[in-house]
Design a protein around this ligand. Structure first.
Ligand code: NAD
Length: 495
């Protein structure tokens, strides 16, 4: 699809909605005029188009963000005023709940209740960081008599943000909130597969009074717009969520520019179930932790590590729940939607095929709704049991509704298996023994640990990020404000 008249979210005669770039407060087409078709995962049909931005579009966006940071009214706003703008944006997002939830669900394929939950989380991020903006404080440091030393948290400047397709509104929201609360300006590149809601949020930001250039959105392919943004000499910090392979490229690009970065690179999060766990309460949470967003969640509880003596009992409770799962179109609010793309479906299907070919036992498999259009990217949720912990399916991030169960005999073995992958993002521990729970929580190598629960309602307030190859840096919570700022030390000699 070519050409565009610069009007945001305009619907062409073909019924396709066009989402332009938002640069310097203006809705602009890509310099090349080239657009990318956006397919709805539910039926595979094209329903929107985004710019295929190149390095020239990225130059324009970074320049707009630089001007906004150095010359515009943004620099003159107090922390309180920045916070109030975020609170206004949160309220406007909430006013647009139905529209944004529908867009997020259609774009990503997620059940409508999940789309809604994601927009609620987006509004909550903006609210949380709006409230936090004027509560980030420095310290005074006792030095020699006659001197006063203090620290101030300063924004980095222009932040580049590369967002994946699994939770555009949520992951975008946590970056927008923390980066803007601290006074940075932002150039955000959503994923080419799904990310339309972020263009709408940038429009709403203009509506509530964010100065032009403070929040820019450029769309395009990762290897083009994404790489140009990550390696741009005009950015001061870069934040990325996505695959480990691209994370490596981002970190190298940041190193070339001598800037900092945060990387959130997914996980293979264990749910460790001890024999004394309340299995009736545990089983539905375990199922939900893998089927939410069709398993395309970095913090998905994607492997169960269960004490051998109760493994059969647990599987007996999981299997019927898994068999009853139905993947269907987002607007029917199914248990789970389709995967985001044909590529992602092929990737997940190849893991399942490899498990079957290798003789792994499938204890249960869900189904695809008869209402699901043939062109959609649906896949049956699958429960593998008796999986050796070193097997590929128990080691690699599948990013689909595939759950693997491995067993252990001792607490030490449970810990070894839990810590025995490259990842370390989240862990769940299920036991009624408080001391055991605390011992495990301290010993497991992951950024978040949940005891007798999992996920804690999205966790806007909770610092989030990885150990090991799950990445580095912390997002969410108050701690993200430290990531998006640098400490400046000022020393006064007053005699
Ligand atoms: P990806 O890492 O390629 O894409 C994530 C984002 O990075 C997108 O915005 C993309 O445009 C951008 N990108 C891609 N190449 C880039 C480059 N060279 N420079 C800069 N930006 C670039 O992920 P994918 O290919 O869409 O998915 C592959 C696998 O990655 C998935 O199956 C899943 O295992 C994992 N993944 C993890 C997360 C997560 O939340 N941790 C999110 C998405 C994908």
């Amino acid at each position: 699809m070519n050409g565009m008249n610069g009007v945001v979210t305009s619907v062409c005669e073909t019924g396709i909605t066009v989402y332009p770039n938002i640069i310097g407060g203006r809705r602009v087409p890509p310099i090349s005029g080239e657009m990318i078709d956006v397919h709805a995962p539910g039926d595979g049909l094209v329903f929107a188009a985004i710019p295929r931005s190149n390095s020239m579009d990225v130059d324009a966006a970074v320049a707009a963000a630089r001007i906004a940071f150095e010359e515009g009214p943004w620099r003159g706003l107090s922390a309180l005023e920045r916070g109030r703008l975020l609170l206004k944006l949160s309220a406007l997002v909430t006013d647009h709940m139905d529209e944004l939830a529908e867009l997020e669900s259609r774009d990503c394929g997620k059940p409508i209740r999940q789309g809604r939950a994601d927009i609620i989380a987006l509004a909550r991020y903006l609210e949380f960081y709006g409230g936090a903006a004027d509560k980030l404080m420095g310290e005074t440091i006792p030095v020699s008599t006659g001197y006063t030393a203090m620290t101030i948290r300063e924004p980095h400047g222009v932040v580049g943000s590369i967002v994946p397709w699994n939770y555009p509104a949520q992951i975008g929201g946590r970056v927008i909130g923390a980066a803007l609360a601290t006074g940075n300006t932002l150039v955000m590149k959503p994923a080419e597969d799904a990310g339309l809601s972020l263009t709408r949020v940038a429009e709403l930001a203009l509506q509530v009074g964010f100065p032009p250039g403070v929040f820019n959105v450029i769309s395009g392919y990762g290897a083009e717009a994404g790489a140009a943004l990550a390696g741009h000499p005009g950015i001061d910090f870069v934040t990325f969520t996505g695959s480990p392979q691209v994370g490596t490229l981002i970190q190298k690009a940041a190193a070339d520019n001598h800037i900092g970065c945060t990387l959130e690179l997914g996980g293979k999060s264990p749910q460790i179930v001890f024999a004394d766990a309340d299995l009736e309460a545990t089983a539905p949470v375990l199922v939900n932790a893998i089927i939410q967003n069709a398993g395309q969640t970095c913090s998905a509880g994607s492997r169960i590590v269960v004490e051998r003596s109760i493994a059969a009992d647990l599987i007996e409770r999981l299997a019927p729940r898994f068999s009853a799962l139905v993947a269907g179109p987002y607007h029917t609010d199914p248990d789970l939607g389709p995967l985001v793309s044909a590529k992602q479906r092929a990737r997940v299907a190849s893991f399942i095929a490899e498990g079957e070919a290798g003789g792994l036992r499938i204890a249960a498999r869900g189904s695809i709704s008869p209402e699901a259009p043939a062109g959609g990217f649906y896949i049956e949720p699958t429960l593998f049991v008796d999986v050796p912990p070193h097997h590929k399916l128990a080691q690699e991030e599948i990013f689909g509704p595939v759950l693997v169960v491995s067993t252990f005999d001792t607490e030490a073995e449970a810990l070894r298996i839990a810590n025995g992958t490259d990842y370390g993002l989240v862990a769940g521990i299920w036991t009624r023994d408080g001391q055991k729970a605390m011992r495990m929580a301290r010993a497991v190598r992951s950024g978040q640990v949940f005891v007798n629960s999992y996920g804690a309602g999205g966790g806007v307030e909770l610092p989030f990020g990885g150990f090991k190859k799950s990445g580095h840096g912390r997002e969410k919570g108050f701690e993200a404000l430290n990531e998006f700022t640098a400490t400046k030390t000022i020393v006064l000699n007053h005699g």
